[in-house]
Write a protein that binds this ligand. Sequence first.
Ligand code: DGJ
Length: 394
Amino acid sequence: MTQYNALNALCINNTDLNTLMKNKLFSLLIAAIILLSCDNSNKIRSFEPGEIWPDNNGIHINAHGGGILFHKGKYYWFGEHKTEGNTGNVANVGVHCYSSKDLYNWQDEGIALAVMPEGSGSPIEKGCILERPKVIYNKKNNNYVMWFHLEPKGGGYTGALSGVAVSDNITGPYAFLRAARPNAGHWPLNASEQMKSGAIPSEGKYYGGGSLPAHPDSLNLVARDFGGGQMARDMTLFVDDDQKAYHIYSSEDNSTLHIALLNDDYTDHTGIYTRQFLGRFMEAPAMFKKDSKYYLMMSGCTGWAPNQARSAVADDILGEWTELGDPCIGDNDKKTFHSQSTFILPVQGRKNQYIYMGDRWTPKNAIDGRYIWLPLEFEGDKFFIRQHNEWSLK
Ligand code: DGJ
């Protein structure tokens, strides 16, 4: 049937048809505008530090103590999946992953590394402590490597192990490889002869942090842990321009920070490492590089409670490091704007734009922990952070 005949059959003439089509086009246009404006109205266009941060499903992002990997045009945020209540800081679920193109709007990519069932005996069994996961991309193997601080179930914080997992897919699932204390059988590059002689070993005492003597070196914890590997708790990863990757972790009962070179696969330590900030009890290390200089932001050791931030700069990643002091400006309480560092993110395609990523922990209801993201400012060789209630990338 021709169009004319069909219209005749429907008793619609040409004028009616024009009006109909115009109306249809008009309705379609209105529908598209409504759809677009609905879509855009849900879009997040600024950072609001400390507020609920909904993902694409409207659920507060659950990626605490996390870090970000930028890969093929997208940011991937990995962090601890917390659960409700005051037991929600142990790993009941695993490491959560989100993706974003603009850093404001995050899509839930699910659990990248899942804990193993209770009773499985796995080091990452449900109920273990799995903190501060970070993921890096290994160019050589075209795969993704995740490291995290692991405390096997039931041992409190005495294990001080580093866990490692790999995946061929950025969002996972990641396969758990092992958990161990780093650099067993290796002295740090900057070990003294006295240390190597093993003088004054401690009696294997456990210190929760902050309670070591003023000169923890007198205990020679490195010698104590030489055979079994060095303690490793709060941690981050850093991949340098030459693709060498480093594991940076609080060691020696948190009294000292170790900076350790990983192997070419990024899945193990090489025995090459240095000790930094002796007796300074640094936690929460976050590292970045700018204009050939390496920077660290860290905290002191006060559990889940915030404390005053620290920062440091170096020309060589393995040291010497020079402390720069508290980078926070106008932080009257001296508590890092009530947060603790986890990562410093270079914003892609924007020179000198870096974001401080901090956690405002809520141990009474761990899942409600908030994210304090703030822009870094630079002056000479120093960086600074100021409070903003709401801000956007420039
Ligand atoms: C502070 C650390 O930075 C966190 O990752 C966590 O280990 C808490 N201490 C536990 O108290």
